[in-house]
Every structure is written in C-alpha cells, then in structure tokens.
Design a protein. Structure first.
Lengths: 337, 349
C-alpha cells in the first residue's frame, strides 16, 4: 500500500495494465514525452518505450478513429483526450463507430478501448475546459461510462476499463486529482495523503464496472452522486446533520439500479447531484428510474441539485458550481417534504 | 518517410482508347484476364439484381450500387494477401464480393434477413467479416479513414506484414478527419494504402463544384505521402498501381495514395434521379470506358475465349446471383430478440 493522489493512481493503473498485457498502448496529445497535461501518463514512455506510450497530433477524431481500428485488430488502446471539452470532434467516431461495431458486425468485431478525459470545473478553466459531458456518453448505447471519485476507485476502475471488451469512457474529475475537494473553494483542500481512499495498493486489482459504492450509510435520505459531488454531499451532510445515505455511482452506465433502489426504498427520499447542466443531465435519467422503481416508497418528490443551464463561466465559477450550501438547502427542503 | 518528389501525376484518360486488331499480351495478363472478367461480372450482375430487388420492394432503405467501378476492387484485390484488411464506405457490396464474402450472405443482409452477414442489423452499408479481414461497410462519409489507419497501426505494432486497403470516395476526400489520418499514417509510417475512388460525384456534387484541388492523388503532398492517378476503368492499370502501392506499404515505406479515375453509372443511391449530369456523359463512358466491355474486347482480341464461351460464363454468373437472391428471399426474417444482442458483451451469470 502507498498513498497516492488520483493522478498517481491513474498513472499506476496504466503502468500495471501495460505490464500485464503488451497489447495495451497509451497515446494522446502530449501523453508521451510530456507525460500528459495533468501528468497522468508521466513515466510510461520511459518505462515502456515510445512504441507503447506516444504523442499523437492534436486531432481528436483521428485519435478515437485510430484507436477503434487498433482495438478491432488485437490491441487495447487507452487514449487520453486532453479535456472532456475537446472530445466533440471525436464524438462521431465514438458514437457511430466505437459504440456500434459489435452490434453492426454481429459480434464479429469488438472495440476494447478506453478513452480517458478530465472532466468538470473548479480550476477557472472557463467554458471550454470545465464541462461535464457524461450524459452525452450515457445516452449512447454500446459505451460504458465511468466516473471515479477517489484514487483507490480510479485505479481499480481504470484497470477494469482497460480489460473490458467494450469501449469505456473514463471521466476523471480534475478538481479531485489532488484531493477530496468538497466545494468549499475558499478553504485549503485536504490532500489525498490524509484520506483513507488515498491508500492504494501498488499491485493489480480491479473494481467491477457497474457497481456503486455506499460512501456513507444513512437512514433519512438517499443522495445519488458521482465524482466531485460525492465530497460536496459529504460536506453538506456534515453541515446539516441529516443522516443521509450517500451512494457514489462510480459507473453511470451500466447503472447499479439495484443498490439505488434498495437504498431509496429504505429512506423514502432521494436527492440527485451533478455538476453538469440541469436539463437532460444524467440526473434526469436517475429521477426517471427512481420514480419508476420506487414511486410507492417515496415520501417526498425526488429532487436535484445541478449546475445551472448556462455555459460554465470563468469569474462566476462558484456561482455555477453546485456547492455545499445549495446541497444543504436541498437536503433540508427534502426532509420537510 | 517518403519523398514528396515521388508524387506521380500522370492523368490517364483512356476514353478514346479501344482495342482493335491483334494484340500481344504478357503471359500473366492472359492467365488473369478471364479470372478478372468473371470477378467483375459477378459484381455487376449482383448489383443489377440488387437494383431489381430494390425496385420490387424486397430491399428497404439505402442501397448504393457499384456498377461501373468494378475494375477498382478487382484490380486491388488481385494484389492483396489474405492477411490484409479492407475497409470502405457505404458503397461496399463490390468490396465484399471481391474479398470473397458470400454473395448470398451479402444479399440476405440487403433484404434484412436472418442469414444476412449482420443478421439484418447492418443493412447495405454495414457488414463485416473477420474471416475475410473485411472491416466494414461504414455509413458516415470519411469515418472509415482513421479506422483503416488504426488497423494499419495494429499491423505495424504486431509486425504481421499486413497492409490495410482503405477505400473512400471523392466526396470523403474533403472530410477533415481524412487529413488527420494522412498525417498520422505518414508520421508513424503505417502500412496503409488509401484508395480514392473518384467517381466524380459526391452524391450530386461534382468534384469540380466541391474541390479546390480536383487532382485528389495530390492531397497527400503536404504529408509527404506519394500519390498516383490511375485509370480506374482498366483492371490491369489498377492492378499495376495497386501492386506498387501495396509493396511500398508492405516494405515499411509508409502510406500511399491511389486516385482511381472511375465512374458510377447508376445514381448515388436508389432514390437519385441523377439530374446533375447529362445522359450523354454516362452513355459516353459506358460505350468507351466500361471496365467489363473493355476487358471483353481484350479477351476476344487475344483469342482467349470466344463470344459463345463468354456467354456461358455470363449464364453461370447469373445463376450464381439468382441463387444468392433466392437465398436472400427465402431466409427468414430475423428474430426480434436480435434487437438486444451484441449491444455490449453479455454479462456472465
């Protein structure tokens, strides 16, 4: 065991996966020599050589497209899109090719590939470096979408993603790279070295895709969250004293509806959190499924706290971000319902 | 890295060339003439039948016929090895037949039946075969080009000596991702041959109305990719150029671009009245440059066969195509449960 940041855990996961399988290749913009914009691939080129970890030109469509071809013929590419906001030129390849080759070829070909990308805001990146596009992936059948919230999960889920026989989108909340940020932007962030989930085994392990984790057991209300919002939820629970059960979805597709259902049936209340914009965000799907599965157990309307339906602003970042204050208010309101 | 000086720009227009009188042919051509004649004729008769079935309402949706372009896939396939991959766009029936995929399986996919190569889930534009190393059939214009480049990367990484033949049309040649792929292929020295089937119309837009540089083989110049213009209506010209390009890629010299000057006789798809070109233009190419008629003249001139024998061949191919069509019409409708298969890998219980 050693203490790792999320960056180190992601780096370590790729190192482990590359050591175990020579068909795993890692590439993307500035991934090889530079070690990645957030240093998530640092040291991989030195360890495995430039044929297995290398720089691509700045061309997202080309990165995703070539990865599909590689994956179909025996490789397991793990590519980095420098920011999730840069994914759009490659979205056509992801949705119409990567996600559909298995179906279209009647199972004759599969595309085992992982697309890593930093997601979310909190670093004053403005409109083109802060978005949370997870719902755009969850909407595409044939893709799996993973969104870890801590170093331990990030490593186990990333190795599982690389080993998965289908294309996996692996979204890394960039505000969590260096510590469990809880939305209190005016306070110093606790480093991962002081958090239990910063304890990461050096060796191989996986966390199955499609399994949620209960971060905090509770009886009053179920909070559904993923990524950065898990820590915002923990802060809000601490501040309100409401005994909420916090479920960290970890994988949004496939969705662990069983864990969600069991919890909401117990608590009778459900609050959904995400940083992405509200309309047609993944929270809308969660609301629909909870309503379908748990309607007769609900004691209050299902509620959401999300980013606003605006572009991600620069100076007004913390007005946009659904921080602990907004989550606490929603928690109090749902308990009155 | 290839030298941009190797770009060859010989624009061949053989529209006035007809074979007359006695011709002396090299031995290897003599041997292969009848073989290519049969292969091209199979594609043509297959496509004619597909057009017929479409008219009868047996094929639904989109159907892009390859009639007129048969020499391209036939000539390229002649120099490919079994391990080489082929990937193309939506006008893909000819490529699949050239790869040796079963005409019945292709036709049954067109008719949307259970015995179709994708069990009806793909349709005309989306079929695959791992056995024949055919990687689709892609409905998005130009999307196959980065994919083919990735296949070539896998070949290089595995050091398996295989080359990927990546086909696309003059329309796709204007898609941005094609140039992303060119850059990567040249930068990483990948074994890929890009075959631009220039049939002169991107749906209804002529190359002249869509392209600042109409000589598409030059599109690789700024990536240092060698390019060559080829008479795509002459199967031997195609074979010769493909041989050079495939050897180049297989020897580790990187990508190569072949622009095939070809022509489609039918509309872009079945719903295309083809008002963007004159009837005379089509008739002129049909009567002067048709790849099958041209080869037939060569065969007769070389006395490799006679009219009666060629008629016999046509009869056999028509019977083969009829059998494929019968198979495609007799095959049952796919089970509705197929809707749910192969979305993701099944979860083990």
């Amino acid at each position: 065991m050693s203490r790792m940041t999320m960056i180190e855990a992601i780096r370590n996961a790729q190192h482990v996966a590359m050591s175990r399988d020579e068909d795993v290749v890692v590439y993307g913009e500035d991934v090889g020599y530079f070690g990645g914009v957030f240093r998530c691939t640092q040291g991989l080129q030195e360890a495995f050589g430039p044929s297995r970890c290398f720089d691509s030109p700045i061309n997202e469509s080309g990165i995703i497209g070539t990865a599909i071809g590689m994956a179909a013929y025996g490789l397991r590419p793990c590519v980095e899109i420098q920011f999730a906001d840069y994914m759009y030129p490659g979205y056509d390849q992801l949705t119409q090719e990567a996600a559909r080759i298995r179906y279209r070829s009647n199972g004759d070909f599969t595309t085992p590939m992982t697309v890593r990308m930093p997601t979310g805001g909190g670093i004053y990146g403005g409109q083109t470096h802060s978005q949370s596009p997870e719902a755009l992936f969850a909407h595409v059948c044939g893709l799996k979408t993973v969104l870890p919230s801590n170093p331990y999960d990030a490593k186990g889920l990333l190795i599982a993603a690389i080993e998965d026989d289908d294309p996996v989108i692996f979204l890394e909340p960039k505000r969590l790279y260096n510590g469990p940020f809880d939305g209190h932007h005016d306070r110093p962030v606790t480093p991962w070295s002081k958090d239990d989930l910063g304890e990461v085994p050096e060796d191989y392990y996986t966390i199955p895709l499609g399994k949620a984790a209960i971060r905090r057991p509770g009886t009053d209300v179920t909070i559904l969250a993923y990524g950065t919002m898990v820590y915002v939820a923990l802060a809000a629970v601490k501040e309100t004293g409401i005994d909420a059960e916090i479920i960290d979805l970890r994988t949004i597709l496939p969705l662990d509806i069983e864990t969600i259902e069991a919890s909401v049936r117990r608590t009778g209340r459900c609050l959904i959190l995400h940083e992405a914009t509200r309309t047609c965000g993944f929270g809308a799907e969660l609301m629909a499924q909870v309503q379908e599965q748990c309607f007769y157990h609900l004691e209050a309307p299902i509620s959401r706290v999300t980013g606003w339906d605006t572009p991600y602003p620069h100076a007004q970042e913390w007005h946009y971000f659904p921080g602990p204050k907004r989550v606490s208010a929603a928690l109090c309101e749902i308990m009155e319902g | 890295m290839t030298d941009s000086a190797t770009i060859q720009g010989e624009a061949i227009d053989k529209s006035d060339v007809t074979i007359e009188g006695e011709v002396t042919l090299p031995a290897d051509m003599r041997e292969d003439m009848l073989k290519y004649y049969k292969e091209m004729l199979l594609i043509r008769r297959f496509e004619e039948k597909a057009g017929q079935l479409y008219g009868m309402g047996e094929i639904a949706g989109f159907c892009h016929l390859y009639i007129g372009q048969e020499a391209v896939v036939t000539g390229v396939q002649a120099v490919l090895e079994d391990k080489d991959q082929v990937i193309t766009g939506y006008r893909d029936h000819g490529h699949m037949l050239a790869c040796g995929m079963s005409p019945g399986g292709v036709m049954a996919e067109l008719t949307g039946r259970a015995d179709g190569l994708s069990r009806g889930k793909g349709g005309s534009m989306h079929m695959f075969s791992r056995e024949k190393n055919f990687f689709g059939g892609h409905g998005i214009v130009g999307a196959q080009v980065p994919l083919g480049t990735g296949l070539a990367f896998a070949n290089k990484y595995k050091n398996n000596g295989a080359v990927c033949a990546t086909y696309f049309g003059d329309g796709a040649a204007n898609q941005g991702q094609v140039y992303e792929a060119f850059n990567m292929a040249s930068l990483w020295n990948l074994p890929v041959v890009y075959i631009i089937e220039n049939n002169h119309y991107a749906m209804g837009t002529s190359v002249e109305r869509s392209s600042a540089e109409t000589e598409l083989y030059k599109r690789g110049i700024s990536f240092e990719i060698a390019g060559k213009m080829v008479d795509g209506m002459d199967v031997f010209a195609v074979r010769e150029a493909a041989s050079e390009a495939v050897d180049h890629a297989r020897q580790g010299k990187g990508p190569f671009i072949l622009e095939m000057n070809t022509y489609r006789y039918r509309g872009h798809s079945m719903s295309d009245p083809a008002k963007y070109r004159k009837r005379e233009e089509v008739d002129d190419i049909r009567s002067h440059r048709d790849p099958i008629e041209g080869l037939k003249k060569q065969i007769l001139a070389a006395e490799l066969s006679d009219e009666a024998h060629l008629k016999e061949i046509d009869k056999e191919i028509r019977a083969q195509v009829k059998a494929a069509a019968d198979f495609a019409l007799e095959s049952p409708e796919p089970d509705a449960k197929e809707l749910w298969t192969d979305v993701l890998k099944p979860v083990e219980a």
